[in-house]
Design a protein around this ligand. Structure first.
Ligand code: FAD
Length: 465
């Protein structure tokens, strides 16, 4: 492929990149959309794609009174004032318009929307919309627009094309260098929009940025390339301190290097019957703690972000369904071992979980005493049964990561900046590459996809305006 020139190059055809490319092409700009993978969609292939926004027509239809200002205040309440004020305001202000645009291009959400979503600490007002068919619903809506842009000749889609560096001359970005089967090629443009996602697939970035690498759920091409390319030309990243685990994932049955939520671990949906025990054989929280944020923080203090859910045969038989898998799959997992342990005695269970047996005996005895007396030492209230008869079970649960807290420092125009605050001309960024940490030190329901699409779309509408 010979060197090429575009008005705008969008790097990464995922959640933020697709709307950026579509909206830039709608303005008649000639767009190069560069994607490392062989398909478009990025993390939307995995994402639940719950989206939050305030002041939408969907809310109005359900009689919900809401505004961007209330959304912003609610976010700052949940994250205890730790969000980036300018970016948070820009997202909450732009989110309703983004929803109307999504509706106009054929996206839809579950009919019960808007909801108060229990996976995170609750907003005060229902403003979360669950995408029909999860992330795939968004991909389908974007693809139709993408195909239109390509047919009109405004978008050139380059799949299996990985950006390796930015073309940077006299303080401004004028293109990118990409790697294709044929080798390295320079692509030039008047503006580059980076939408390469975070660094969830990169163990190296996790260790460099956070000093550890938890189990994660990711697309293999989301490797932190955007962070690296901009760091090479003077940009920097921030918000690494806003890292948080998603509570209680278990390894995927077929792909054990990935983890997601495969047990009913939310106390608002299924009050726990199990106890949570760390590597030292000790409980560390009330298992029915209702605040998801408090749960995540308690887990984050445990070495390597893991714990065992421990229960006995009576609980296994009598409790509401704990696993999202079939009984046959669960039986197979316990037969396999590893993260699924079954033992006739607590001593054997402790040995298989590599925890001190005396500590586990004491933990279970203490829990049982509290359960009998109706007074738990952690203040837990849901204690249907003691843990008293074998066989005993332990299932390893993890604090997992599905996103990247740290990201490029950008200004209010979404232009990456240098340490002295000056913007890098010709360069813009949206999506996880600017770090989900700008949303603050807490998860906000439906915020990541919403901000990615809002900012991606806005950049497509205004670069080179
Ligand atoms: C299981 C799961 C559930 C989730 N649920 C929700 C939810 O309900 N609500 C919510 O708000 N968030 C959710 N998230 C998070 C959210 O989906 C992601 O943060 C978001 O989709 C990321 O969007 P993005 O545009 O930044 O990156 P992506 O969508 O990952 O797109 C980045 C694209 O860039 C490409 N790329 C990377 N490097 C290069 C390069 N060098 N050259 C060319 N292309 C490159 C990648 O291949 C990829 O296609 C979830 C995440 C997961 C994993």
């Amino acid at each position: 492929m010979a060197n090429r020139a575009f008005d705008v190059i969008v790097v990464g055809a995922g959640t933020a990149g697709l709307p950026a490319a579509i909206c830039a092409a709608d303005r008649g700009l000639r767009v190069g959309l560069v994607e490392a993978a062989g398909v478009v969609g990025g993390t939307l292939h995995l994402s639940t794609a719950s989206i939050s926004a305030a002041g939408t027509s969907i809310q109005a239809r359900h009689g919900v009174v809401d505004s961007a200002e209330l959304h912003y205040d609610d976010c700052m309440r949940i994250n205890r004032g730790t969000g980036d004020a300018k970016l948070l305001a820009a997202w909450t202000q732009g989110a309703a318009e983004m929803i109307e645009w999504l509706l106009s291009i054929g996206w839809s959400c579950d009919p019960d929307a808007p909801v108060l979503a229990p996976e995170h600490d609750l907003y005060a007002i229902p403003r979360t919309y669950r995408s029909t068919d999860q992330g795939f619903g968004l991909i389908d809506a974007f693809k139709r627009q993408l195909d239109r842009g390509r047919q009109q000749g405004n978008i050139e889609l380059l799949l299996n094309t990985r950006m390796r560096s930015l073309v940077h001359k006299d303080g401004a970005v004028g293109g990118i260098v990409v790697e294709r089967d044929s080798g390295l090629v320079e692509l030039n443009a008047r503006a580059v929009i980076l939408t390469t996602g975070g660094y969830t697939a990169s163990e190296r970035h996790w260790r460099d940025i956070h000093g550890m690498a938890p189990l994660r759920y990711f697309r293999p091409t989301v490797l932190g390339d955007g962070l690296e390319a901009v760091s090479d030309i003077g940009g920097y990243y921030r918000f690494s301190e806003h890292v948080l685990p998603t509570f209680g994932g278990t390894r995927d049955i077929d792909s054990p290097d990935f983890a997601w939520i495969y047990t009913v671990i939310l106390p608002s949906i299924r009050p726990p019957w199990e106890i949570y025990v760390n590597a030292s054989g000790e409980r560390f929280m009330a298992e029915d703690e209702p605040s998801i944020d408090a749960r995540e923080r308690a887990l984050m203090k445990q070495p390597e972000w893991f714990f065992w859910c421990i229960f006995d045969q009576a609980i296994h038989e009598q409790s509401p369904k704990f696993f999202r898998w079939s009984d046959g799959q669960v039986a197979e997992l316990f037969a396999r071992g590893g993260d699924y342990v079954i033992a006739d005695t607590l001593e054997e269970l402790a040995a298989k979980c590599a925890m001190p047996p005396n500590a586990l005996f004491a933990t279970v005895a203490n829990y049982n005493r509290g359960q009998a007396a109706g007074q738990d030492s952690f203040g837990r209230r849901a204690m249907p049964l003691p843990i008293s008869g074998g066989p005993y079970y332990a299932v390893k649960h993890y604090g997992i990561s599905i996103c990247s807290a740290a990201g490029l420092a950008v200004n209010a125009d979404l232009a990456p900046v240098r340490q002295d605050g000056s913007p890098i001309d010709g360069l813009y960024a949206a999506g996880e590459v600017i770090g989900v940490g700008f949303l603050g030190n807490a998860f906000l329901s439906g915020s990541i996809v919403s901000a990615a699409v809002t900012f991606g779309r806005q950049l497509g509408q205004r670069v080179l305006a």
